[in-house]
Design a protein around this ligand. Structure first.
Ligand code: UDP
Ligand code: MG
Length: 312
């Protein structure tokens, strides 16, 4: 019986990459024996020719190519979720359209999943090096992985890409997590299952430019931490308790000094410093709490993760 492999491709302003991607995958398709391909291109609200390219491909290969288009940009995480919902394959693979995820790896990934001697539910990929990336970005990325793995129970593998092939069972598990705040790297790991990591060398984009700048990545890492760890709340509590304790000692000291040594408690500048110090701590702790409340607010509104405008 032939199995079906669904390929999910989120696209945001990628008119040049879409046809290149399709050709590249079609080239390795003969190596995927006994497997029928199903493409799901997700247009994440791009307003260039991305959707037109998808329509063209769909007309050319209506049996295998499908697309879904959002009413606006909802982000890559939303596009992935939509793709996973649409996919009907026995295996599902998530790929970037810019060919940074080498299609040559597809047959190898499939082999691991189909191997009856192994018990893998997922084959993921890791970048060995971060070549071609600004050093500052690499540094902060490393710091992020160290930090999140220390404070979160969910393991997030350093350098792991979103490029991964999963069994239907794992896809259904991911779909059962319908949370609004989606941090895929954490979700893939949270659902468990056996994952095999393949390593490969980083590649440059085939065309177009990345839509991630430093600030967006920073926001993304904060989202990852807030979604998969409560440690910041504990840290805030700890700092609060510590400053309260230290100031208590200070107060006792001042009272003792006044009663037994008659010291005048002078110096309002030091007072102002202390007030600002405590005020600062309070505000930043409030900020941390606020971040979590914001997430809860987004979650309880139960807004849809994306809105479809067109699907074929
Ligand atoms: N992408 C998306 N929506 C967005 C941003 C990006 O669907 O809001 C897609 C993009 O088209 C690409 C993939 O996500 O297929 C990865 O994006 P990019 O290559 O810009 O990220 P990088 O590889 O630099 O991490
Ligand atoms: Mg890329």
């Amino acid at each position: 019986m032939t199995k079906k492999l669904s390929i999910i491709v989120p696209c945001y302003f990628e008119e040049e990459s879409v046809p290149l991607f399709y050709d590249a995958v079609q080239r390795v398709a003969p190596e995927l024996k006994d497997v029928e391909l199903e493409y799901w291109f997700i247009n994440d609200g791009s307003t260039d020719g991305t959707l037109a390219e998808m329509r063209k491909l769909q007309e050319k290969d209506p049996q295998h190519v499908h697309y879904a288009s959002f009413s606006r940009n909802f982000g890559k995480e939303a596009a992935l979720y939509c793709g996973l919902q649409q996919a009907t394959g026995d295996y599902v693979v998530v790929m970037d359209v810019d060919l940074q995820d080498p299609p040559e790896m597809l047959p190898i990934m499939l082999k691991y999943l189909e191997d009856p001697n192994e018990d893998y539910d997922c084959v993921g990929t890791r970048r060995l090096t971060r070549e071609g990336e600004p050093p500052v970005r690499s540094f902060f990325a490393r710091m992020f992985y160290k930090l999140i793995n220390r404070i979160s129970d969910t393991e997030i593998v350093d350098g792991a890409r979103d490029y991964r092939m999963m069994t239907r069972q794992m896809v259904d598990a991911i779909l059962s997590m319908s949370e609004y705040n989606r941090f895929s790297k954490g979700i893939f790991s949270w659902v468990g299952f056996n994952t095999k990591y393949l390593e490969y060398k980083n590649r440059e984009r085939a065309a177009g430019t990345t839509s991630w700048n430093f600030w967006k990545l920073f926001q993304y890492s904060i989202d990852g931490i807030v979604n998969f760890s409560q440690a910041p709340l504990d840290i805030a509590t700890f700092i609060g308790a510590l400053t309260a304790f230290v100031s208590l000692i200070g107060i006792l000291w001042i009272i003792t000094a006044k009663i037994f040594f008659g010291n005048p408690t002078a110096g309002w500048p030091s007072m102002v410093c202390i007030m600002l110090f405590i005020g600062g701590i309070q505000l930043s702790c409030l900020g941390i709490v606020g971040k979590y409340i914001g997430k809860i607010y987004a979650e309880v509104k139960h807004r849809p993760i994306y809105i479809l405008k067109e699907k074929k």
